[in-house]
Design a protein. Structure first.
Length: 42
């Protein structure tokens, strides 16, 4: 495996990790808002 493939795999895994982390925080905030303020919509 050459260096470019290693970089692609590394950056791809970091990007996927950050994407899931971002969506996890976003969905958790939405869930907290839904539990506290069921009638309010942004």
């Amino acid at each position: 495996m050459d260096f470019s493939k290693l970089l692609i795999i590394l950056f791809g895994s970091i990007f996927i990790y950050l994407t899931f982390l971002f969506w996890g925080l976003k969905l958790r905030d939405k869930n907290i808002e839904a539990q506290n303020l069921p009638k309010k919509e942004n």
